[in-house]
Structure formats: C-alpha cells, structure tokens
Write a protein that binds this ligand. Structure first.
Ligand code: FES
Length: 128
C-alpha cells in the first residue's frame, strides 16, 4: 500500500527527512529529485541517519561515520573509532579486539519502495 509521507518540496536535493509510517522509522533521501527511502536507524548503533551527510548515493552516519548505499541499504564501510585519533598505534588498537569487533559489526539498512507523483507528493510503499 502506497502512503503519502511528504512533499518533494520538503527535501532539498542532497537532503534527508525523517518520517514515521506507523511503527516504521524511515529516512527519505533526495538524490537529484529521485527519492529513496531507507531505515532511519544506523546499522551500527542506531543513530538517526537523517542527521548524517548525503553525498550522491552514499549516506554517512553522524555518530561513527559508517556509510550506506541509499539505493540498496548495503553497508559500504565500517564505523570509525573517533577517539583513536592519528596518535594511536596499530598495536594499541589490536589490544582492544572487542571494541574493534563492535566497530566492524554494522548491519545493512532496510529499504522501502518510494516514488514521487506528478503532483510532487512523496509516497512510500509499506506492508499492511
Ligand atoms: S551509530 Fe552509525 S556508525 Fe555508529
């Protein structure tokens, strides 16, 4: 079932918007007038992806910078330990295997069919 959730005018090209559809949290992404709908919560630790950065088809999480393809929801790169900095040696990072495992543990995002009507409404298909 297609549901109108926003207007194309609500999202500038390269922008994102959070919408809630029943129990589903969805992040709308405007790539040059084509709208993609992905799960709002990052596949790492659930940060809100509409607060991230959209460049082309790639959205970057604002928390630890994991990246996802908005067309498929696929995770493209792992999370980054923002506290490690350039001063930490590789040997020091190896000493924290549990933390390294957590950073690498990033799941793909859900995706939802989305379309823009001739009247400029953004519709997302959701299961009933
Ligand atoms: S919550 Fe998104 S990369 Fe950690």
């Amino acid at each position: 079932m297609w549901r109108e959730v926003a207007r194309l005018d609500d999202i500038v090209p390269g922008g994102t918007k959070y919408v809630r559809i029943d129990d589903e949290e969805v992040c709308l992404c405007n790539y040059e007038g084509t709208v993609y709908a992905i799960g709002r919560r990052c596949g790492h630790r659930n940060a809100a992806l509409e607060r991230g950065t959209l460049e082309g088809w790639i959205i970057t999480c604002p928390a630890h910078f994991a990246q996802f393809d908005i067309r498929s929801g696929k995770n493209l790169s792992p999370a980054i330990d923002r506290h490690s900095g350039a001063k930490e040696s590789p040997a020091a990072r190896v000493k924290r295997p549990e933390e390294r495992r957590q950073l690498a543990d990033v799941h793909d995002l859900a995706t939802f069919p989305a379309r823009v009507t001739d009247e400029g409404a953004i519709e997302v298909e959701v299961k009933e």
